[in-house]
Each structure stands twice: as C-alpha cells, then as structure tokens.
Design a protein around this ligand. Structure first.
Ligand SMILES: CC(C)(COP(=O)(O)OP(=O)(O)OC[C@H]1O[C@@H](n2cnc3c(N)ncnc32)[C@H](O)[C@@H]1OP(=O)(O)O)[C@@H](O)C(=O)NCCC(=O)NCCS
Length: 172
C-alpha cells in the first residue's frame, strides 16, 4: 500500500510529512494531553523532534506506513498517520489546540481510514488509552467500532477500535 502525497478534506488537507515539519512535533510535545494520551514524549528538544520526523520519513520510504500534516490554509494544525502492520493499518493522530473543536480530527480520520479501505485494507485499527473520551468521540464519528479492552506490553490499558469497509456512517 503506497500512501498518497495529499488527501483533500473539506476546507483542509492532509499532506505527506516533510523534513521541516519538526516544528509541529516540537509544538505537539508541549501540549499536555498529547503526552498524556499518546506515545509522544513531552517537551522534546529540536534534535529529538527532527529525529522523530526523520523516523517517520524512513518508515514511509520503507513502505511501513507514513505520517501526514493536517493543514488549513497552509497552517499545520495536527498530524495523522498509518502504521502498516501484519494485521493491517493502525491509525494514530494528535492535534494542536488551535486545530480542535472544528471536526477536523474526525474528517482526517474518516478520510485516511476510507483511503486505506479503498486501497486494499480489509480493516483499519486504532487504540485509545482508557479515559481518552475526546479520541473515542472522533473514532465513533468516523464509523469505527469499539472493540475489547486490551493491555499493551508496557502495561497501558487501551480500547481497541476498528473500521471495516462495510461499516455504516454514524449519525453523530
Ligand atoms: C483526540 C483529538 C484529536 C480530538 O480533537 P477534536 O477537535 O476534539 O476532534 P474533532 O475534530 O472530532 O472535533 C470535535 C469537536 O468539534 C466540534 N465540531 C465542530 N464542527 C464539527 C464538525 N463539522 N464535525 C464534527 N465535530 C465538529 C464538535 O462539537 C466537538 O466539539 P467539543 O469538543 O466541544 O464536543 C484531540 O483531543 C487531541 O489531539 N488529543 C490529544 C492527542 C490524542 O489523544 N490523540 C489520539 C490518541 S488515540
């Protein structure tokens, strides 16, 4: 599955991550609930932010997935990506406060999961740490089905989510 360079959303777009997007990762790591609910470490320095972006670019170059910047009028507001694993693509995302409350995360999750389902995936997976109500709302609005609770190898409790090609859009 070769990920696209750009995916259009209503009033915004996803574009493939570039080397100079380290500044977005640097900002995201300073948002308290990003470090709380994702595996982004808090308060990364410039070098670490650059390394994170470089790792994502290598992941895409090697066909193991890839990451996008969600931007509106050229302004980066968040990031979303797919990690391609043996059981299918796994989705992850995080938004700056300026990109929230707009329905943008829901649109981005809808668009990228739909793209994967239309390009060979039978299912798209996501995981939310228990208590992450905002992200649960995103996945519900984007037609993901809530699955069982699970415990990650590092001991973190998560809810598993999946969207299949035949999932119906919800009315929320
Ligand atoms: C999870 C996260 C991306 C959700 O962001 P969000 O902006 O709340 O999500 P949405 O894009 O779905 O927007 C929903 C909000 O926009 C409002 N909204 C406005 N227009 C909307 C539209 N057209 N469609 C849907 N919602 C809309 C909704 O009412 C809702 O507002 P509320 O939060 O006051 O109830 C964000 O909280 C985040 O980055 N958290 C930290 C990182 C994280 O948890 N990542 C996920 C790990 S699993």
């Amino acid at each position: 599955m070769e990920l696209p360079g750009v995916l259009d959303l209503p009033g915004a777009r996803l574009r493939a991550l570039r080397e100079d997007d380290w500044a977005l990762d640097h900002s995201l790591s300073r948002v308290a609930d990003v470090a709380q609910w994702t595996y982004y470490p808090a308060d990364v320095g410039v070098d670490e932010a650059r390394e994170r972006v470089a790792r994502s670019l290598t992941q895409r170059a090697e066909g193991r997935g890839g990451r996008f910047v969600v931007e509106r009028s050229g302004v980066p507001l968040g990031t979303i990506g797919l990690s391609l694993r043996v059981d299918g693509p796994h989705l992850y995302y995080a938004f700056l406060p300026a990109g929230r409350g707009l329905g943008l995360a829901t649109e981005a999750v809808r668009a990228l999961s739909r793209w994967a389902l239309e390009h060979g995936a039978d299912v798209v997976h996501a995981r939310t740490m228990v208590g992450n109500v905002a992200s649960e709302g995103v996945l519900e609005r984007a037609s993901f089905d809530r699955g069982p609770l699970d415990v990650e190898p590092d001991g973190v409790s998560v809810t598993r989510w999946s969207r299949r090609a035949d999932s119906q859009p919800t009315l929320k």
